[in-house]
Design a protein. Structure first.
Length: 95
């Protein structure tokens, strides 16, 4: 457990950026239908901004309106983006 916390602490900014970017895409894809509670004009803009991480979920959402497969796809995209960003962004360890 200590290894995981030290890994996440050393990659704090990569984690924050991944959560915000993929989270915005997830929220936009889950609000893409007219019946969805957060549906609005903002969803198309958010999907365009988060296009690389939300395109598969967007396609799946329009093929099948279920939310659970979309959440699994977005979880996978979050992990991929986090590990890619953690290769490039490393925070200084706290002493």
């Amino acid at each position: 457990m200590k290894v995981i916390t030290s890994f996440l602490k050393s990659r704090k900014w990569a984690l924050i950026i991944s959560i915000v970017y993929v989270g915005t895409g997830t929220l936009a894809v889950c609000s893409a239908y007219g019946n969805d509670p957060l549906y609005g004009e903002w969803t198309s803009y958010a999907i365009l901004v988060t296009f690389p991480v939300s395109i598969l979920s967007f396609i799946w959402r329009y093929a099948d309106p279920g939310i659970w497969p979309v959440l699994l796809i977005q979880l996978t995209m979050f992990l991929i983006i986090f590990f890619i960003l953690s290769l490039f962004i490393k925070s200084k360890p706290d002493n």
